[in-house]
Design a protein around this ligand. Structure first.
Ligand SMILES: Cc1cc2nc3c(=O)[nH]c(=O)nc-3n(C[C@H](O)[C@H](O)[C@H](O)COP(=O)(O)OP(=O)(O)OC[C@H]3O[C@@H](n4cnc5c(N)ncnc54)[C@H](O)[C@@H]3O)c2cc1C
Length: 294
């Protein structure tokens, strides 16, 4: 734990029900801690967003796993991002977009600690895996005092650093559905210097289902250009049911840029971000289409 972090109490429950009891008891003054790569800098005052003084460590809840059932790939919420980046489960098909996102996340040292559940629950607009899970239509399984519930990822992000989880709920698992052979997906990220640790100026994930260039459906998710990651549905509808060619891909990319709502900040201007959305969406769509049927 950070040397300058002063939690009033650090709890390390032995099982899920203990963890939920602690969260229920302390309400908004408690936070789950997984890898700590977001929650500790935030609490330490780098970003003065939060005022909690109990940390609930979930490392003993056995949430670090990858497995397959008949219809899904299931990822335990406390699975480190490096595990995802190096797993064969994400080396082919649309799921490889998640592996691309994992490889684009920070550095190997941080990826060994940072978890996929933390990436989702932190609800940052620039979170690389969260954005990709949005086009992969993931189901998020959460547990609270009343049992477990499934949350479709589209309903999970409520605002910057704000999710559909109640203060006494824990994200347990991420379920990614299987896709048809005709689907392909990709991830793109632009940062200030591509070789250094930096979060995205713009990040994009796309998933296209097509047969011989005839597009059945498309999903486009945009990150870092609005308070939360979101699907660019107008751009998606430009592609659905069309014969894919350079012109229609370019049109969809421009519509996606129009749907983005970026701001000026230390990383880039809003105008630059909008231009980059169009470029990254085009590249991501081209990669997705190339991968369809592979
Ligand atoms: C130097 C640096 C570089 C970074 N670069 C990137 C980058 O390139 N791309 C990127 O996407 N992110 C980046 N991040 C942000 C961070 O590493 C990721 O968001 C990471 O995935 C967070 O995971 P964690 O396990 O560390 O989360 P934590 O810090 O432990 O938790 C984050 C939030 O999620 C909540 N939480 C965590 N797990 C659960 C759970 N199972 N149930 C309920 N709530 C939960 C916590 O209470 C907290 O609010 C970077 C961070 C640093 C410090």
């Amino acid at each position: 734990m950070s040397a300058y972090f002063q939690a009033e109490e650090y709890h390390r429950p032995q099982n899920l029900s203990q963890a939920i009891d602690i969260l229920s008891k302390f309400g908004n003054s408690a936070r789950v801690i997984a890898g700590g790569t977001d929650v500790l800098p935030r609490r330490a005052g780098v970003k003065k967003l939060d005022n909690f003084n109990h940390l609930v460590d979930i490392s003993r809840l056995d949430l670090d796993y990858l497995k397959k059932d008949s219809g899904h790939i299931c990822i335990g919420a406390a699975t480190p991002i490096n595990t995802i980046g190096s797993s064969d489960l994400f080396s082919s098909g649309p799921h490889q977009a998640l592996s691309e996102a994992a490889s684009a996340h920070s550095t190997s040292i941080i990826r060994n600690r940072a978890t996929v559940g933390g990436n989702l629950c932190n609800a940052s607009a620039c979170a690389d895996l969260a954005l990709t899970l949005l086009v992969l239509d993931a189901i998020l399984v959460a547990a609270g005092p009343d049992g477990t519930r499934d949350i479709p990822i589209e309903k999970f992000f409520k605002g910057a650093n704000y999710t559909a989880l109640a203060t006494d709920e824990i994200l347990l698992e991420i379920r990614i559905p299987k896709f048809s052979q005709n689907a392909g997906a990709a991830f793109q990220k632009l940062r200030r210097q591509q070789t250094t640790i930096d979060t995205a100026i713009v990040n994009v994930a796309t998933l296209v289902t097509c047969t011989k260039n005839s597009c059945e459906s498309a999903r486009i998710a945009l990150g870092s250009v609005a308070p939360i990651s979101f699907r660019a549905k107008k751009a998606e509808s430009v592609l659905a049911g069309t014969e894919l060619n350079d012109e229609i891909i370019k049109k969809a990319s421009i519509v996606a840029a129009q749907e983005s709502r970026p701001i000026d900040d230390v990383r880039a201007t809003a105008a630059y971000r909008k231009k980059m959305v169009a470029i990254l969406v085009r590249r991501s769509l081209e990669n997705s289409i190339r991968r369809c049927g592979q």
